[in-house]
Design a binder for this molecule. Structure first.
Ligand SMILES: [Fe+2]
Ligand SMILES: [Fe+2]
Length: 379
């Protein structure tokens, strides 16, 4: 199908009533600073405007017939693709901010919006995608905008991006960060309904733990690949290097706090990074804190992280069922975990399972393998 026909599909009413509009839309498509892609029913690229090449560095030849989600730095699960297609059919379409990689291997911050094309006679349905490079925008916001919320959001999208990059080094973790974020909010909400926590847990606490918890393992950027990606058990020495990730992460976030104007969220993120491997009975690391000495957000993340680890496949083990995880957590109540948090987790089981189903462990889609980055740059 030609660009003309595709554009006709996007704006059929307008092009019919005003013949000159077609030329205007065509010019818009060619000169748009944002990348515009026309996709088939399976989200595979049929056509891309010149901005796509400029932004992604992939030539049209390389991307025609490939999935649009291939621009993401991480593979997208098949289940996720189905949900994207479904949401793109709605009136508001589907939108997301994703970390992407250019052909040269450089990471960039992408805003991707997909909506369905109106099918016209003789044509199949499909989608249109608008891709915007928001990397510079994000940095500009940090410097120039005075609104606290805008700064908070921008700061978190940057730090979250960093956490996702850290996670990229460990492809088997899948949607670990998304699940951790969801589980933490659910447990904090369940705790809030108890008199003991009513005043401790505010709306802001719930929002902050959701946005801070994905940073818990950010210190893994400082752990060598030979240990992080090792298949099989770690030696005692390797494990002591691995354990250091909590201190590295805490220190990194402490450093960010010193350069930040909205330190609240980063304080929670920092405590979580430092303390998420502490255990309620004082046998954890790095500081061997005990009971309430461990901050409440870190106690929540400790349980959530363990639950997600038990129910996920890792290089060294298979995924276990929700029921097995629940049993292990029950046994470890008052030892590894705060008993109040175990109770809140059990009470919120249905919601926990909803998040688990929403972000399943990734089955890498073979169609995403077209992204052949120039890895040599990084060797
Ligand atoms: Fe960790
Ligand atoms: Fe984790």
């Amino acid at each position: 199908m030609s660009t003309a026909e595709n554009l006709y599909q996007i704006f059929p009413d307008e092009t019919e009533s005003q013949p000159d509009s077609f030329e205007q839309y065509h010019q818009m498509y060619l000169n748009s600073p944002d990348a515009i892609v026309i996709l088939d029913q399976n989200l595979k690229i049929m056509e891309a405007n010149p901005a796509f090449e400029r932004i992604t560095e992939f030539s049209s030849k390389e991307i025609i017939g490939e999935l649009v989600t291939g621009i993401a730095a991480r593979p997208i699960a098949q289940e996720q693709l189905e949900s994207i297609k479904f949401k793109a059919l709605s009136a508001n379409g589907w939108k997301a901010q994703i970390i992407s990689r250019k052909k040269s291997g450089k990471f960039w911050n992408c805003h991707l919006a997909l909506s369905a094309l109106k099918p016209c006679e003789g044509s199949k349905s499909g989608y249109i995608g608008i891709i915007r490079d928001i990397t510079q925008l994000t940095f500009r916001n940090l410097k120039g905008i005075s609104s606290t919320d805008a700064i908070k959001n921008t700061q978190f999208s940057l730090v979250y991006g960093l956490a996702k990059l850290a996670e990229c080094r460990d492809p088997e973790t899948g949607y670990h960060l998304e699940r951790v974020e969801g589980y933490c909010a659910i447990i904090a909400e369940a705790l809030k309904s108890r008199p003991k926590y009513e005043r401790l847990i505010s709306r802001e606490f719930i929002e902050t733990i959701a946005s801070s918890s994905p940073l818990h393992d950010i210190g893994k950027v400082g752990i060598p690949d030979s240990i992080l990606k090792k298949k099989g058990p770690l030696t005692k020495e390797e494990f002591s290097v691995m354990k250091h990730h909590s201190v590295i992460g805490g220190d990194v976030l402490k450093g960010s706090e010193e350069h930040s104007s909205s330190e609240g969220n980063l304080i929670m993120a920092r405590t979580i990074a430092y303390e998420h491997h502490e255990r309620y009975d004082g046998s954890g690391y790095p500081f061997r804190l005990k009971g309430d000495q461990i901050s409440l957000p870190a106690r929540i993340v400790a349980l959530v992280d363990a639950y997600d680890c038990i129910t996920s496949k890792r290089v060294y083990k298979e995924a276990e069922s929700h029921e097995v995880a629940v049993e292990k957590i029950r046994i470890d109540s008052n030892k590894h975990f705060d008993p109040d948090i175990v109770d809140a987790f059990l009470e919120a089981e249905t919601e926990i399972l909803r998040i688990k189903g929403k972000y399943p462990n990734v089955n890498v889609n073979p169609d995403t393998k077209f992204l052949k980055f120039n890895e040599d740059r990084y060797k």
